[in-house]
Write a protein of this length. Structure first.
Length: 225
């Protein structure tokens, strides 16, 4: 997991402010939620399980979260932010998510680098990956809707990455994102990192074929040079 927070705070007085203390506790609980759910699934995971894994008291849990679902949704947001941060960094985007004119070379090459980074991010953060790809369906409609919004954000990033500007091209991007989600979810559900990474080469080749066939519609001047 990317979080390296201590399982317990040091005994005695410490220098953390109340806000910083709550931030640490919130992050630790989210890490515990993702880890326990990776082992037991959302339905079988209890608040008591999260407390035991995190070392946080029940009283503190309910000072930070309203419920198990509230903790899950916060962990989900963290997972999405972590993924987007990794992707934007890989493609050379600025703090506003805008790509540099020469970011990562030609459009298909940009896709290859970004998609490889996406798969590596999923593999590196498998508990969080399982949280937003698998367990999200057990968490209810609000969680599924939030996942759909994340997919829409990734679709927009892909369209910008490929330099497509029309509806046909963006629909192609939407299909790629949806197909990718379905393909990687099976591997994540099986905790099979090798199968997760194996999705990359054939999908990248297919995107190259689609690009060469003009399936992305009209492209910007930059991407078609």
């Amino acid at each position: 997991m990317s979080e390296s927070l201590p399982r317990r705070l040091p005994r005695g007085r410490h220098a953390l402010s109340r806000d910083e203390l709550e931030r640490v506790q919130r992050a630790r609980l989210c890490v515990a939620m993702a880890e326990v759910m990776a082992e037991k699934g959302y339905v079988a995971t209890s608040v008591a399980d999260v407390l035991a894994r995190s070392g946080v008291s029940r009283q503190t849990f309910y000072q930070v979260f309203d419920s198990k679902l509230d903790c899950f949704m916060t962990a989900f947001e963290f997972a999405g932010d972590l993924l987007m941060e990794r992707l934007l960094e890989k493609v050379g985007a600025d703090e506003n998510g805008l790509l540099a004119p020469d970011a990562a070379g030609d459009p298909v090459r940009r896709f290859e680098l970004t998609f490889t980074a996406y798969l590596e991010a999923l593999a590196a953060e498998l508990p969080y990956t399982r949280l937003f790809l698998v367990e999200v369906y057990a968490a209810g409609s609000a969680a599924v809707q939030r996942r759909s919004r994340l997919q829409a954000t990734i679709t927009t990033l892909l369209a910008d990455l490929m330099g497509v500007t029309d509806d046909a091209g963006r629909f192609t991007c939407q299909m790629i994102v949806a197909a990718t989600s379905a393909m990687v979810t099976n591997a994540v559900a099986d905790n099979d990192v090798a199968a997760l990474r194996a999705v990359g080469p054939p999908l990248i080749d297919h995107v190259r074929t689609l690009w060469n066939a003009g399936a992305f519609g009209h492209q910007t001047e930059r991407s078609s040079r």
